[in-house]
Design a protein around this ligand. Structure first.
Ligand code: API
Length: 301
């Protein structure tokens, strides 16, 4: 059952299951610049989702349809000590858990801000604390990172110069490898519109240099504080926007001397993200969130 928006959204995630068999899980579907997420509240301690559940829920044919599945979890002891209101976990459509997603972080942050009634909350993510705050009626700022270019952290399979990667695929060459909770490769190109990401990015994503794969960005520098960007994401999706991709592309552009400001506007196919590179290799990303629908999805067996 899927119900269209609008409805009051603060309490939706905790709606009780209608009690039919099989069990039904309430979900909310949101998007951040057309990067679509199915969100489940698991703070009641319900059993972890299995791989089949995630694949099914993200499927457009038999599930809700989304580019990732997000779960809201209770914060750990350590997270609580860091002031976390709740934790988030992120799963790709193949069921694999990943350590970061910028657009997802804004969407879940919005729900936590609404639920808590606060203007700022801390979210626990992959053992770190993400600071989230309202930046407008449907705009959220989140602080991600630190970004690392250490080959072991990304990870790469061998030591290389991460500012000038020794791999290429068509127009994608001389890239930069970075980690922001997940692995990225960023390539600067002269004309983004002429780059066929579906054709060239998978070879980079699956290059043996990246034992865990990589999200692959192609960025065009428009001026000293503006980029255009497209990102081919693991496990093989060309998304309309990638928040972590925008953060690492901005960081890479500054490291390569291609931009002059630490405040960079990144234009993605679905719109703009404002990126601010902060001390300690942290980064603040500001951008919109939006609701799609909510409803109940068949629970796990
Ligand atoms: N769309 C996300 C990134 C998801 C990355 C995920 N596909 C991975 O495998 O690391 C973002 O807004 O940052």
């Amino acid at each position: 059952m899927i119900v269209d928006w609008p409805m009051k959204h603060t309490d939706l995630l905790s709606l009780p299951s209608p009690g039919e068999l099989p069990p039904q899980w309430p979900f909310i579907k949101m998007h951040g610049l057309e990067n679509y997420f199915v969100i489940l509240d698991r703070r009641d301690g319900s059993k972890p989702l299995n791989n089949d559940d995630i694949v099914r829920i993200c499927s457009t044919n038999v599930g809700v349809g989304g580019e990732q599945l997000l779960t809201i979890e209770r914060a750990s002891e350590e997270g609580l000590r860091a002031g976390a209101y709740a934790a988030m976990r992120i799963f790709n459509i193949d069921g694999k858990e990943v350590g970061a997603c910028g657009n997802a972080t804004r969407c879940v942050a919005y729900l936590l801000l609404e639920e808590s009634g606060k203007d700022e909350v801390v979210m626990e993510l992959a053992g770190g604390a993400v600071h989230c705050r309202r930046a407008g009626p449907m705009e959220v700022s989140v602080t991600l990172g630190p970004i690392s270019m250490d080959w072991r952290k990304i990870p790469l399979s061998r030591e290389v110069d991460t500012l000038h990667l020794p791999i290429e695929s068509g127009p994608l060459s001389d890239g930069v490898a970075l980690y922001i909770g997940n692995p990225h490769a960023v390539f600067f190109v002269d004309q983004l519109d002429s780059v066929d990401m579906g054709r060239y990015a998978p070879a980079v994503q699956n290059d043996p240099l990246f034992p865990e794969g990589a999200n692959v960005g192609a960025a065009q520098v428009l001026d000293g504080q503006t980029l255009r960007l497209q990102v081919w994401e693991r496990p093989g999706v060309l998304t309309k926007a990638c928040g972590t991709g925008a953060c690492v592309a901005s960081y890479a552009a500054l490291k390569r001397g291609l931009v002059t400001s630490n405040k960079i506007a990144v234009h993605l196919p679905a719109g703009k993200l404002d990126i601010e590179l902060l001390d300690g290799d942290k980064v603040r990303m500001t951008g919109p969130v939006a609701f799609c629908c909510h409803g109940f999805i068949e629970g796990g067996k």
